[in-house]
Design a protein around this ligand. Structure first.
Ligand SMILES: *Cc1c(COP(=O)(O)O)cnc(C)c1O
Length: 340
């Protein structure tokens, strides 16, 4: 795998920390749990989209773009970070907000929505769930062109093969740190949404012949649908890299912690967010990393993850939306059994 062949902007100085979580490990009485702190990536408030944007924005600049256009849900971390990258590069940024939960977008909300305004979004409009997002972004692109500009459209979550290279790079970073710090992981757990993070990580680990399984924890979609999405994108990413394609059997996306739906709170998420904050001083988020950590906690408690394992949790960020979220849902979880 030779990532240096691909143009890249740098938004994070060096590697993000790879740290043990001794107090969480003790609290759960199970495996030795470590964390990859991608919540500390560069650009405003960090998070996983920063790695994807390093490759996507480099491509936009190479094509002479002056305006980035993308789409996300209300409180989208991806929209916040695309806007931050645009500000840093002196580009304009237009956002389309897909209202996945009707009535959930409020322009005056705190969290990421506040940051859209603060970082000077050039245009923002809201479309309902089910809108043709590619067509909506193309409408904005046409407007930019009509005004003499050069648009660059970034797919939701930055999850195409070019964006997923950011997580192939993260796989290489984890392997270097794992060797340097003398810790060999048995498994990596990550939130699985628009699939670029999970797919890129998997493509990178397979390219490096790491032999470390990845367990995705879904935040929106049913298991089979998400596994199909992740596998397709992982294969396309490997093709771009010129490396061996991940097998369908390498893709695991557990859907047991989505709860009532995307972005809707669950007692298990609330418990996970509170536990990480209280025992390790680490802030998760309610939509992604909180549900992924809820999955990790349940898999440990259920014995699906053995006490002797070395487990790496990939923290994908998102804490800005904590200030906007409802943590009042009972923190006494009732676990659903781990289904296959
Ligand atoms: C977007 C996002 C994810 C999911 O990553 P995908 O690449 O979309 O699967 C996880 N955590 C946070 C905080 C995110 O913003």
């Amino acid at each position: 795998m030779n990532l240096a062949r691909f143009p890249r902007r740098r938004y994070t100085p060096g590697f993000t920390p790879l740290e043990p979580l001794p107090r969480l490990s003790a609290a759960l009485g199970g495996p030795d749990i470590w964390i990859k702190r991608d919540d500390l990536l560069g650009l405003a408030a960090g998070g996983n989209k920063t790695r994807k944007l390093e490759f996507l924005v480099a491509d936009a600049l190479a094509r002479g773009a002056d305006t980035l256009i993308t789409v996300g849900a209300p409180q989208s971390n991806h929209c916040r970070l695309t806007l931050a990258a645009a500000a840093k590069e002196g580009l304009k940024c237009r956002l389309i907000i897909e209202e996945r939960v009707p009535g959930s977008y409020a322009a005056d909300a705190l969290g990421n929505n506040l940051l859209f305004d603060l970082m000077g979004v050039a245009a923002l409009r809201v479309v309902p769930l089910g809108a043709d997002l590619a067509a909506e972004m193309e409408k904005d692109a046409a407007e930019v062109r009509a005004a003499g500009g050069t648009p660059y459209v970034i797919v939701g979550g930055g999850s195409n093969p070019l964006g997923a290279l950011g997580y192939a790079a993260c796989a290489a970073e984890i392997m270097a740190q794992s060797f340097d710090q003398g810790v060999a992981f048995d498994r990596i757990i990550v939130a699985s949404g628009s699939a670029g993070t999970h797919s890129g990580l998997l493509a990178g680990l397979v390219a490096l012949n790491a032999g470390i399984p990845v367990t995705g924890i879904n935040v929106r979609r049913p298991r089979a649908e998400q596994e199909g999405n992740v596998h397709r994108l992982a294969v396309a990413t490997a093709e771009l890299l010129g490396t061996p394609a991940p097998a369908a059997s390498d893709v695991v996306c557990l859907a047991d912690w989505v709860g009532p739906g995307y972005s809707l709170p669950t007692p298990e998420m609330v418990e996970a967010v509170r536990m990480l904050a209280a025992v390790e001083g680490i802030l998760l988020d309610p939509v992604y990393s909180g549900k992924a950590m809820a999955g990790l906690i349940a898999l440990v408690r259920d014995g699906a993850i053995k006490a002797g394992e070395k487990l790496l949790f990939l923290h994908t960020g998102g804490s800005p939306s904590l200030s906007h979220c409802d943590l009042s849902v009972s923190a006494t979880p009732s676990y659903s059994p781990v289904s296959s």
